[in-house]
Write a protein that binds this ligand. Structure first.
Ligand SMILES: Cc1cc2nc3c(=O)[nH]c(=O)nc-3n(C[C@H](O)[C@H](O)[C@H](O)COP(=O)(O)O)c2cc1C
Length: 172
């Protein structure tokens, strides 16, 4: 599957088969995240690969009880390091959320290209996830995603028309 097809076919998967993801597949997916750009090439990120059943079960409770997270064989926790990131993107923001998000998107699209499902998870309690995974205090959690083979074909979701998203040369 090429990149455009992965972008067009990726869907949020909320039902997973328990079939394992091979080491090689996981390596390819993580390698795609590694290649992501970041401000000043700071690469202020770390990806925790959670496979332990008990940890996954506890993550469900830290993620608003979203049970499907623990159905997947792997959960990726995307972490950022604000102290290592570019401090002044646009003159007002630390870039770590941008950096980690781009890398997570690389990871998710690489998974899609292999037929592996995912779902961005932002409904989580950072303190709880940090406690469960024993993460250092200076680490910020940006997003999580389960990774696993889909056990559903989700309904089509809609998108705004291009004309509503884009304007040329001026804001309108
Ligand atoms: C930043 C972000 C956070 C999200 N958090 C959740 C979440 O916690 N739980 C969930 O089921 N879906 C979550 N989603 C998935 C969105 O609901 C989904 O992407 C959107 O409805 C479009 O559907 P699609 O991904 O199938 O195209 C999140 C998506 C994004 C981008």
């Amino acid at each position: 599957m090429d990149l455009l097809e992965a972008m067009q076919t990726r869907r949020s998967i909320r039902k997973y088969r328990s079939d394992p993801i091979s080491e090689e597949q996981l390596k390819e997916i993580l390698s795609a995240a590694r290649m992501a750009p970041s401000a000043e090439n700071a690469q202020p990120w770390k990806f925790i690969v959670v496979t332990d059943e008990e940890l996954k079960r506890r993550l469900v409770s830290a993620c608003a009880g979203q049970k499907f997270i623990a159905e997947a064989p792997i959960v990726i926790v995307g972490c950022g390091f604000p102290d290592d990131a570019y401090a002044s993107a646009g003159g007002y923001m630390n870039s770590y959320v941008l950096d980690v998000t781009i890398a997570m998107d690389h990871l998710i699209l690489a998974a899609t290209a292999q037929g592996i499902g995912s779902c961005w998870i932002a409904a989580f309690r950072e303190e709880k996830v940090k406690e469960i995974l024993d993460l250092p205090q200076d680490v910020r959690i940006v997003a999580l995603t389960p990774l696993g083979y889909p056990d559903e074909i989700p309904k089509k979701t809609t998108r705004k028309d291009l004309a509503d998203l884009v304007s040329y040369d001026k804001f309108e």
